[in-house]
Write a protein that binds this ligand. Structure first.
Ligand code: ATP
Ligand code: MG
Length: 437
């Protein structure tokens, strides 16, 4: 992609409306623009990052046995009257009347819709287990939308819903999502810690929030410091008993503020880390909360109807874009983890119009494209300083700088954005280095 053609409206000034660094950088890097309070347009650079995150989330959901569907964003109020949540949900739910005066709503979550899909088509215990997920926009009319994508009103969520025959099996479904989440966040370059969370009116302790530590996080959290070093599970067989992995992660203390036991401060001493955190995921086992009122049952092996056990599992996909920036930036701009970067490489031509520089850039661009590397080529007629600043701001993992002096010797400068480390290297060397990864 040529930068001269790419829609990348970067800003030099810091937008005054943005209070946290991720919001400021997303506006400055031309990733998003606000449409209305808590509602955003995604511009090309932001869209590319969002798509990369979606793809990783999707791969890990599929690997864990979940199946992707798409449910409507506009829902019928009738289902919510059946579950009893239509009146309970409160002003966060955007209620809409259609032309026939029917109660509709913009979905803040999808338990009712997915339970309706289930009960209409799944009739036998032989069809279980099932885990259905979507990656789709939600609307919650938050009292205080703020911090950009962190707390929007319209936001992208991955929401999965599991259906099982009994408690034990639904517990396994919960564990599968738990492990999938550990893997997903690790692939995104994040350290997300599962923490005991409020289990709601159903009771039990089967609810965990996945929290990324960041100074700007909205909630206070407490965690054993060993959890910060724990590697995500590798080579997982999702059919096997996953409880040992869950035990390993939950045997160490970690809790959000509302669940925190102050006595743990004395008990753990220097092992206890007190920090602030961003909730990027939340998994929840709620048994028959929806299946009972909505009559979602299957015929069991003995011929009698069995009400199914359910869980729901959310990931804040659009919030993750902001969370990744909060966790990975410096004074010059964003530092994208390789896995989610909007382009792999930024190619800077220091002397556009110089035949040798143009030629070298074209050669490098073509060679990298052939190896399926996404390159953003700064072919603008701009000062070097502007080009360097913009490239640092948008945070691509690698930069290749092509200038007349180097080109005469067959050399370019290769810079790693995260460390700032630079090396002089031949064209071929740079291409080879960026294609082995
Ligand atoms: P919060 O406590 O932050 O309001 P929640 O507990 O109401 O979130 P869930 O219903 O658990 O949210 O939704 C699943 C995930 O969706 C959350 O873990 C979070 O990452 C994301 N999310 C929730 N609300 C928002 C929002 N207003 N803007 C962006 N992402 C959100
Ligand atoms: Mg939550």
């Amino acid at each position: 992609m040529r930068l001269s053609r790419f829609f990348l409206p970067t800003l030099k000034e810091t937008p005054t409306e943005a209070q946290i660094v991720s919001h400021r950088l997303m506006l400055r890097a031309g990733m998003i623009r606000q449409h209305a309070a808590g509602i955003y347009n995604w511009l090309p650079l932001g869209t590319r990052v969002l798509q990369n995150i979606i793809q990783i989330v999707r791969e890990e959901q599929n690997a864990a046995g979940a199946q992707e569907i798409i449910m409507p964003t506009i829902q019928s109020g009738d289902l919510w009257k059946e579950s009893g949540r239509y009146d309970d949900y409160g002003p966060e739910m955007l209620r809409i009347k259609d032309r026939h005066e029917r109660d509709m709503l913009y979905g803040p979550t999808h338990e009712e819709v997915v339970t309706d899909i289930f009960r209409n088509s799944i009739k036998s215990y032989r069809d279980l287990p099932k885990n259905l997920y979507q990656i789709n926009w939600k609307f919650r009319d938050e009292v205080r939308p703020r911090f950009g994508l962190m707390r929007g009103r319209e936001f992208l969520m991955k929401d999965a819903y599991s259906f099982d025959l009994d408690y034990e099996r639904s517990r396994h479904a919960y564990n599968q999502m738990f492990v999938a989440y550990l893997r997903t966040f690790a692939r995104l370059g994040l350290k997300a810690i599962p923490m005991k969370a409020d289990s709601g009116p159903i009771g039990g302790d089967l609810s965990h929030e996945f929290i990324v530590l960041a100074d700007t996080g909205e909630s206070a959290v407490f965690t054993h410091k060993a959890l910060l070093e724990m590697p995500a599970p590798q080579n997982v067989d999702y059919e096997k008993d996953l409880q040992p992995i869950i035990d390993q992660w939950t045997s160490l203390y970690a809790a959000t503020d509302d669940k925190h036991d102050p006595a743990m401060a004395d008990k753990l001493g220097a092992d206890l880390v007190s920090a602030r955190g961003i909730e990027v995921g939340h998994i929840f086992h709620f048994g028959k909360k929806y299946s009972e009122p909505m009559k979602a049952s299957v015929i069991g092996s003995d011929g009698n109807p069995v009400t199914v056990f359910m869980g729901s599992y959310g990931i804040g996909v659009s919030r993750l874009v902001a969370a990744i920036i909060e966790a990975s930036h410096d004074e010059h701009g964003i530092v994208w983890p390789d896995a989610v970067a909007p382009f792999d490489v930024g190619l800077i031509n220091l002397k556009v119009g110089d035949a040798a520089c143009d030629e070298a850039c074209k050669k490098i661009y073509d060679a990298l494209s052939l190896e399926k590397r996404d390159v953003l080529y700064d072919d603008r007629d701009e000062r070097a300083g502007v080009k360097f600043a913009d490239m640092d701001l948008i945070g691509l993992p690698w930069q290749i700088v092509v200038g007349p002096k180097g080109v005469a010797k067959g050399i370019v400068e290769l810079k790693r954005r995260a460390t700032g480390a630079k090396e002089e290297i031949s064209f071929e060397g740079a291409v080879a280095k960026l294609t082995v990864m």
